[in-house]
Each structure stands twice: as C-alpha cells, then as structure tokens.
Design a protein around this ligand. Structure first.
Ligand code: GLA
Length: 674
C-alpha cells in the first residue's frame, strides 16, 4: 500500500505537540512539499493512554482522516519508547538499572527495562489497542514499531532472563565455564544463580561474559519488537511492519539478525561529521542498510517493493534536514546538502527519504533539533529546500533495481562488541572504524561497494574485504575458504580471525582462523601510540597497529621501513585455490589505503562505477532489466564535468556528451545504451 509508485517523502509528524489549527497549515505545507508519508505517534503514549486502559484516540482519528483526505499515507508508530509517567509510578521495578546499579527515573524517554513483564505487557496492550482501531484505516501504509531500540538494563529481572538465555546457549555450566575461560582469575561458576549481568566491577571484566550479555540483550530487545510485530501482523497481514534502526557501534543490537524479523529495513542516519566525512558516512550507512535488507523477512507482504528479485528495498526513515550534531555543537547543512544526502540514499536503494522531523517544537528536550518546517516557519531556506527535494523525488519515481557493486565489505556486530572490551592490546581498536576506513578507500576510488555479514551469499562480488573481523567461528572460516577457492579475491586486515566466537584467542600464531588461507603467521603484535606511524617500503604510511609477520606461502607485497620491524613483511598476497588472499598487518593511511584499494581491485578485475568521473564526484549506478540510472554527486567545491549520455531526470534535459555539475550539484541520468 505504501508503494503507490512514488518514492516516500516526509518524516516524523507530531500533531500532539500543536493545537488543531496548526494541523490545517501542516497539511497545506505537506502538499506544497509533495510529502506523501509521515510517521505519526512515535512518542504519544501518554496522550493516547492517559491512564491505564483509558484511551483518547479522538485526536489521532482526526489527524489520520485529515492526512488521508490529503493523500498522505501514514507510518503509524507504537509509542512504546516513551512510557507515560503513570506507568513508571505504578511499576518502579520496570525502570532501567545501569551497570553501576543505579535505577534511572522518569524524565526523559526510554525509561523502561525491555525484560520486565510489566513493560512488555503494557507495550503489547497499547500496540493492540492501536491495531484494533487503525489496522484497516485507509491511510495506514506501514507500522513503525517503537523507536530506535537501543537501551540496556542490569536489573534483577534482566539477570534472571540472562541466566535462562545462557542455559540455552551453553547447555550446562561446563560449557559456559569453558566458553568464558573462567579458569582465569578463579571465576568458575558452580551454580547458575551465581551469574549476574556484567555489572560494574573492580578491575577488568570477563570478555566472554560481556559478549554473551550483548548477544542476549540484542535478542531481548528483538523479542520486545516481535511481541508487537506479531499482533500488528495478525490485525492486518497486508501492512508491512518495521522498526527504525539507530546506527552507531555502541548500539546493543545485531541489525543483520534483526533484519530477518522486519518486513522492511529502515534506518535513521545522522552523520557525525560536517565535512566530506558526512558524505562517506552517508555512503556507508546506505550500503549497510542495503546489506541488511537482503536478510529482511522472506514473508514480507507484497506491499514492500523489491529492489531486485532477491533484495527488498529499504527506507531512510530519519535524517536531518539541516543541523548535523558534531562534537560540541550543531552544524547547519550547507544549501544543497539535504538534497545530496537524500539522493545518495536513494541511489543505494532507499525507497525515499524521510526526516526527523516535520515541524520544530517550541519546547522539550530536542527544541533545537532540525525540522523541515523550522522555527523560522515556511519562509525559510530549509523549507524552500524541502519543497525542492519533494519535486526532485517525484522526478525520480522511475528509478528502481539493484545497485552496482563488485566489492563487498564484511560487517559483524559481535566483532564490533568484542573489540570494545577492555584488556585488548590497544584502546584504538574498532571494527566499525576499520570498516569505515576500508569503505572510504574503495568509495573514494570510485568502486561500487556492498556490505555483507558472514555467511551471506557472495555471488557477483569479485573482491571481499574483511576489516578487523576479530571473531571468526569455524563456519566463517569455511565461508571465506569457499569464496577464495571458488576464485574470489580476499583482502583481510589485521586482527581478523584472532579469536573464536567466544572471544577466546586461537593458538599457534595469529590470525589463528585464517593463517592457512592467507599463507602467513603472525608472532607478535606491536600496537602504535596515538602519534606514531610506520613507514612502508613502497612509500606508504600506516598507523594504529603493526605486527611481526612471517610468510608461510604468501608473497610479500610491501614491507615495513625503519624501526624494529624494518624489512619485515607488512602486506602480503597468497594464491589459495583459484583465488587470491591479501593480508594487511597495519592500518594504511587514507592515501596508502586508496592505492591498495586500486591494486587489489585491479587484480580482481573490478572497475570503478564511472571510470571517467573526476576526483570529488561520486558515481552510483542502479539497474533494472536493461535500464540503468547513473547518480552523480559533486562533493567538491568546484564545477566538474563528467562524460555521460542519457536523460538527466532532475532537469528533464537530454545529455549528449557530458554533464556539468556545479559545486555540490547532483545529476541523475537514465543512461543510453551504447
Ligand atoms: C533520533 C530519534 C528521534 C530524534 C532524533 C534527533 O534518531 O529517533 O526521535 O531524537 O534522533 O536528531
């Protein structure tokens, strides 16, 4: 139902914050901007259920009817991310507890523990009441469950649930003691009752304990989501159900695993950088969303559009019209950046562009958060750009199909969690940052990238990048071996394969799980200080990490220059089966990494999406049957010319030889086949 042929455009709409006269103006402005989907009711629990079991749906009836009358569809939210004050008073035991044992109080949002039955029951009750009333409403396009599942709790109830989960995972205490290596520091457990959540403790905690708690908590939040999803689905199986993912490596959720439980992957994306970093973060976030979408529920209703036969579309559910939160301040997006970021998501398969939020509030915690209708009102640059974006999205309604990508990068939630544990050889290890550095190198060099999680099908990818995949179980080793022996090209970076799925170090030389595939053996790590770098003999430089690496079958591609590792191998290449495996024992600096990206891509036979695109211009191609669309983004501050042919859709102008892009400009061409 939400695929009425248009790309989705709109955002979080909070009519409960405004008197009804404003709603009429909202609708008129939404029509002017060609808004066609709004998320309603995200935090409206206390307005919908002012007292236990007493509902006030009148205002929401009116809002949904108004929106429907204007042809605007609704992603109806369940408001369970913000329990009402009466709930917290009645159920103080459902308030969350921090790792320090402090019980948090009402006063913000997310003040609940997702493991407590009282919260889960209350959440199901309000979701069921909404389903009962609105499941057949003609404006309903999508259910938007909760908001950004991302809280953690350490209460007694959570500890009980954790113990239950651990019994299922490990079977008995022998298995758990072995997995957690409790022989170290005499942590051996002789009774399940001795195990709590990993609360604040005296010194370094146990890594197996930390890791299992993360896994358990992701599953607990998922169960809170599926509770609601199941009853919403039952009320009307034709309406897709989703929840919006919050990105960030601190988030306690395994998004890939969750994707199998949503009908549509939806992400919120707020880059944390204001400069070119925002563009590369946007590209990575969109590639991640597309990767997760491949796992999305196979039983999704037909209303969810397919980007390709095997991949459903995904949706950018929230982004910022203007201000980006950077360290210590908000940075206003420059003119044109809202359009550029939005279309960069569409280029990578998002079925539209949605925002937080429609209208800026007069008060409340997020009173200065950006909105499509800012405090200044519709007579403002931001609203003018809002109207412009609505028109642009309408012109792109024909775009569909898969995204061209020959390079896949591996992402793994558990490796991300494990590399945040204390007690590692360096505090600068970060799976997500290593993924971002690798992605940046290939993105800047113009290669189409995709993300995969271990075990995903790899057909169509000529090069698989494995950045700091710290935890590798036997199934993942087999997955990599099969890819390599089938003729694939692998680029593995340091720490990958060092530990098993329980975060136990694999013995015999690093990287234990991958030594044979890579033809190398690492004897010792040499983490670098913050201000330290290493030089490579090919002229490159690198940071963060270095290793005593011995080849065991591999060829040396580049060696360390100077220092204790002088002349020892730094980058290697190994023929294995029909494939080639590269190993990088340090973190190359951006220019060095980009050269490595080119070298490995060329060896794998991968070419950039638009080889003629100059530096500073990003090119992304989508393809459906025999039609292709080329998105060109000029991220530089100078005019750029890109040889291309086709119909430029934003300006409806035929292009015969080349597109000229002003600084910050975007073009979308329906390409002409040669
Ligand atoms: C998140 C939330 C929104 C809002 C915005 C603010 O993504 O989902 O409710 O807090 O951030 O930027």
């Amino acid at each position: 139902m939400w695929t009425d042929g248009r790309l989705c455009y709109g955002g979080d709409y909070n009519p409960e914050q405004w008197p009804a006269q404003v709603w009429t103006e909202d609708i008129a402005l939404m029509r002017q901007a060609k808004v066609n989907l709004v998320t309603v009711g995200v935090f409206a629990w206390s307005r919908l259920e002012p007292a236990p079991g007493r509902y006030t749906f009148g205002w929401l009836d009116e809002v949904l009817d108004l929106l429907h009358g204007a042809g605007i569809r609704v992603a109806l939210a369940t408001p369970t991310a913000s329990p009402p004050p009466w709930f917290s008073l009645a159920h103080p035991g459902a308030l969350p507890v921090t790792a320090d044992g402090v019980r948090l109080h009402h006063g913000s949002r997310d003040t609940y523990c997702a493991a407590t039955p009282a919260y889960r029951q209350a959440a199901r009750r309000i979701a069921a009441a909404l389903a009962d009333r609105y499941a057949e409403h003609p404006a309903l396009a999508l259910w938007h469950v909760h908001n950004e599942y991302g809280t953690i709790c350490h209460c007694e109830q959570t500890a009980r649930e954790f113990r239950r989960w651990l019994r299922t995972r490990h079977g008995d205490l022998t298995g758990l003691n072995d997995a957690w290596v409790t022989s170290f520091w005499g942590q051996h457990y002789s009774d399940w009752a001795q195990i709590s959540t990993p609360r604040a403790t005296q010194y370094l905690p146990n890594p197996g304990h930390l890791l299992d708690f993360r896994r358990f908590w992701s599953d607990t939040l998922l169960a809170a989501y599926t509770d609601q999803r199941d009853l919403l689905r039952a009320a009307n199986p034709a309406v897709p159900v989703t929840t919006n993912y919050v990105l960030g490596d601190w988030v306690p959720v395994d998004h890939a695993r969750w994707a199998a439980e949503v009908d549509l992957v939806a992400i919120d994306h707020y880059p944390s950088a204001a400069d070119g970093g925002a563009e590369e973060q946007t590209a990575l976030a969109a590639d991640l969303a597309r990767g997760w979408a491949r796992h999305a529920s196979a039983r999704r209703p037909p209303a969810v559009p397919a980007a390709t036969a095997s991949t459903p579309a995904w949706l950018l559910m929230e982004s910022a019209p203007s201000q980006i939160h950077t360290a210590g301040r908000m940075h206003s997006k420059e003119p044109g950046r809202m359009l550029r970021h939005s279309l960069a998501h569409v280029a990578r398969g998002s079925h539209g562009a949605m925002f937080f939020q429609w209208r800026a509030p007069v008060g409340g915690a997020e009173r200065f958060h950006t909105a499509l209708v800012p405090h200044a009102g519709p007579d403002s640059r931001v609203f003018r750009e809002t109207v412009e974006l609505g028109a642009a999205l309408e012109r792109l309604a024909e775009v569909r199909g898969g995204v061209e990508a020959s390079v896949a990068l591996t992402v793994d939630a558990a490796s991300g969690w494990a590399l945040r544990h204390p007690g590692l050889p360096s505090t600068r290890l970060d799976h997500h940052l290593e993924l971002a550095a690798a992605h940046r190198a290939f993105w800047r060099a113009g290669y189409g990238c995709a993300t995969v999680t271990p075990g995903d099908p790899l057909d169509g990818y000529r090069l698989l990048v494995v950045p700091a995949l710290y935890l590798v179980d036997d199934a993942t080793t087999d997955w990599l071996r099969e890819y390599l022996h089938g003729g694939g090209h692998l680029l593995v970076t340091y720490l990958s394969g060092t530990a098993d799925e329980h975060a136990r170090v694999r013995l015999g030389g690093y990287p234990g799980a991958l030594r044979d595939l890579l033809g190398v053996r690492v004897e010792e790590f040499h983490p670098l200080a913050d201000d330290e770098h290493v030089r490579l003999r090919d002229g490159g430089t690198a940071r963060i990490w270095s290793e005593t690496l011995r080849v065991a079958g591999a060829q040396v591609v580049s060696s360390y220059a100077g220092g204790v590792l002088d002349a020892m191998p730094a980058v290697t290449r190994h023929r294995s089966g029909a494939g080639t495996a590269w190993y990088v024992s340090t973190r190359p600096d951006d220019a060095t990494y980009r050269r490595l990206a080119d070298t490995t891509a060329r060896a794998a036979g991968v070419v950039p999406v638009c080889p003629a695109a100059p530096d500073g211009v990003e090119a992304v191609r989508r393809r459906h049957a025999d039609v292709s669309w080329l998105f060109l983004f000029n991220h530089s501050d100078r005019q750029q010319r890109v040889p291309a042919r086709g119909m430029e859709l934003l300006s409806a102008t035929p292009v015969e030889a080349a597109v000229t892009l002003p600084p910050g400009g975007v073009a979308v061409l329906r390409e002409k086949a040669d």
